[in-house]
Design a protein around this ligand. Sequence first.
Ligand SMILES: *[C@@H]1O[C@H](CO)[C@@H](O)[C@H](O)[C@H]1NC(C)=O
Ligand SMILES: *[C@@H]1O[C@H](CO)[C@@H](O)[C@H](O)[C@H]1NC(C)=O
Ligand SMILES: *[C@@H]1O[C@H](CO)[C@@H](O)[C@H](O)[C@H]1NC(C)=O
Ligand SMILES: *[C@@H]1O[C@H](CO)[C@@H](O)[C@H](O)[C@H]1NC(C)=O
Ligand SMILES: *[C@@H]1O[C@H](CO)[C@@H](O)[C@H](O)[C@H]1NC(C)=O
Ligand SMILES: *[C@@H]1O[C@H](CO)[C@@H](O)[C@H](O)[C@H]1NC(C)=O
Length: 783
Amino acid sequence: MSDTHHILWLNFLQLYVSMAGITGEDCFHSQKLPDKLSLHGTKLDLSRCNITKLQPSIFQTYLNLQILDLSYNALEELDFSVFQYIPVLQKLDISYNKLQTINCNTLQYIRGITHLNMSYNYFDTMFLCKEFASLTKLRHLGLSARRIGRHDFLSISHQELDTIFLGLEHLQLYEPGSLQMLNTKKLHVVLPEMLTNSTLLLYDDFNISTTLEISHLQCDETCDLIIGDIIQKSKISNLILRDITIPWNEMGKILQISWHSSVEHLFIYSFTFIKNFNYIPFDFSEGSLKSLTIENVIPQVFLHSSEKHPLTLFSDMIIKNLTISNAELTHLPCPGENNIFQSLILTNNKITDGIFTQCQTLSSIQYLNFQNNILERLSSIASMTTMMKTLKHLDVSLNRLYYDFSATCEWSQSLLFLNLSRNKISDSIFNCLPNNLEVLDLSSNQILSIGKGVTHLKSLKELYLPSNQLSHIPDCGFFSKNLMYLNIDENFIQSPSMEQLTKCQNVKQIIVGNNKYQCNCELKAFISTAEVLQGNLIGWPQSFICEYPQELKGLILKDFHPSEISCNIFILLGLIVGTMVLLLIIMFFLCKYFDVPWYIRMILQWLRRKYRLKNRNNEESIIGKCFHAFISYSQQDYEWVQNSLIPNLEKGDNSIKICHHVRDFIPGRTIIENIINSIEKSYKSIFVLSPNFVQSEWCHYELYFAQHSLFGKNSDNLILILLDPIPQYLIPNKYSQLKAVMKRKTYMEWPKEKGKHGLFWANLREAIQTNIPLEDEDIFVFT
Ligand SMILES: *[C@@H]1O[C@H](CO)[C@@H](O)[C@H](O)[C@H]1NC(C)=O
Ligand SMILES: *[C@@H]1O[C@H](CO)[C@@H](O)[C@H](O)[C@H]1NC(C)=O
Ligand SMILES: *[C@@H]1O[C@H](CO)[C@@H](O)[C@H](O)[C@H]1NC(C)=O
Ligand SMILES: *[C@@H]1O[C@H](CO)[C@@H](O)[C@H](O)[C@H]1NC(C)=O
Ligand SMILES: *[C@@H]1O[C@H](CO)[C@@H](O)[C@H](O)[C@H]1NC(C)=O
Ligand SMILES: *[C@@H]1O[C@H](CO)[C@@H](O)[C@H](O)[C@H]1NC(C)=O
């Protein structure tokens, strides 16, 4: 047989090698079998995988497994030693398999188990072998059987169970008193399809627990007899009916029976009502029922023809707590005069604004929950509460509520808790709030800022504003002194202000994480304040994360340290100004001690000359020239010219020829004639400028220069050497050419420092150096 058996290899290595042909294959490929990462997971769902056998090593890699679901498989035998590798296993579901026996010796391997569900297997009897006594932590046990004997539960009789589940659909034999062995808080049974002579006394033993759950009840008529029989015999105080499909009027009958019984709390989960939907007259005298909870109702009949609404069965009920949830309820009639409702929970329905309008009878209601309905106008809900003088808690979250400014707004003054989360509330809400509120939940709405209206809430202790559109931390000065909790998580706050945060320092818990923080200098103050207030700041530092700028996205605010310099405008300014001053000082010293400007001027002049030479036809300008330079100077500067200028230019090598009037002027001519001749015969003209020169010589040139506009286009034939500074006042107004020269500073300045003389001469020589085809001095005649 073994090779036809489909064997489950969970061990991964083996898994990949031998996958083909395993019937559990679908579960391997589906999400059911977690990948390696979640091997650390605590939960594993292997239900409906057609598993027929568990390999001994199967759970070796799942050391942390706490919850294992093996239901709806095809296990025929089970050796609990496969669980020896998972000592932390707490919940094991092996219901709906094909087990016929339990290997009792191996039960020791699941000694830590708290939940064990063995129901719906092929066990013939419910016999629990003595080894079950070792499962001392067991709290929830699921079983099912065809036959139950008197000693079947003996081994667990000393255990205090929370729940025992008994699937007894196919019960054939029940030995009276068998269940009396059990010690459990809750008994959950699926009733036998019918009682026979051999199982007749089953219900007599339902008195073992105070809570009884009956599931899968289906009956068309006389359901009340079955339930009545059970209730009567069991004296339970909590009755739970789950997955029931019965006519509406049978439901009424069951309610009526429960009303006159020991049952205090009745829960009906997953109730499908069929056949009829009509008003049922009800006897409300002497009820013991305190609360009724109905969840998940599937109505198969909608229309009713009765004069009174069928739902008055619930609204007229004289009980403290009523819950009708997920029942497609659009409306609930206003309760009768003598109602004692304290808590009404009508969540997950389709209730509209008309609910309880003008309903004055809810005079002891304290807790009202309309979560997840289709309420729209907040003003209607507010005025509804004005009739409820004792209402403390109102939950209208998950509706479509908005507040229209123009509508009047009156609330019950007793209201302390208001949950308006997940609606369409905007800033106008602050004009419509009950004054005595202590807790206000406005999460997930469309609030942009907090209005002054909030100052009226003098008792406010907790304010929830996460997931709105706030762009600033609200001014805590607006809030009551009692405010202890302020939640503005997940808003649009970019640059929270340090001042506003400081104002909130009396709030014990502030939640302002997960906002869109812009990490720049402005945030610095906030961050340091946050560090100080971190005891109050919930989620600091891990939920305070930079959103902008892009390169800082994801950085924790605590780790954002912009430099002191880049953030402090004064330091920054000081730094810039300081640098400039320093530069100026350096410049000043350079100029003062090294005369940098002089060098620069020299270099510029040299460069300019180079440039001009390049761009000019040199040949033309030297035609007919006999001298490299003509020198003009004042007699007072004769010494300098004779001893410095000429020797340094001529250098004794004849490469440069100077026209020096002392030796080169032709006698018999006027000075002017001589000068003009000399200038025209010379490649360049050098003027040694000094105060003396201006006073004594310049008069000869001024006119000539003006006539030939030499300072205009041909100024590069002129070389002006400033021997001594010439103060402006020394230059007479008529010398406009000279004034222009001095203004433009197109002269070479004679440096007083010896060190600079070399450069000066080199520059000067360079200026007048050219290849003049010099003729013999004797032949040279002025014409
Ligand atoms: C289990 O086996 C049944 C019949 O052999 C088949 O119809 C079903 O698809 C299988 N389910 C899985 C999860 O392999
Ligand atoms: C056991 O399994 C059955 C069927 O899956 C379920 O109805 C019952 O609630 C379970 N009982 C416990 C105690 O887990
Ligand atoms: C059940 O017991 C009653 C008497 O207690 C007897 O009249 C009836 O015939 C029995 N029914 C069956 C099916 O054995
Ligand atoms: C339950 O009923 C049986 C008789 O049917 C009785 O012997 C037992 O004492 C009762 N147990 C409780 C807890 O009332
Ligand atoms: C009834 O309602 C009150 C007030 O909401 C609550 O404290 C109490 O737990 C409820 N009781 C039941 C059984 O639902
Ligand atoms: C308000 O209702 C929402 C669900 O609608 C819930 O998550 C939230 O906890 C409630 N607020 C308070 C303060 O209980």
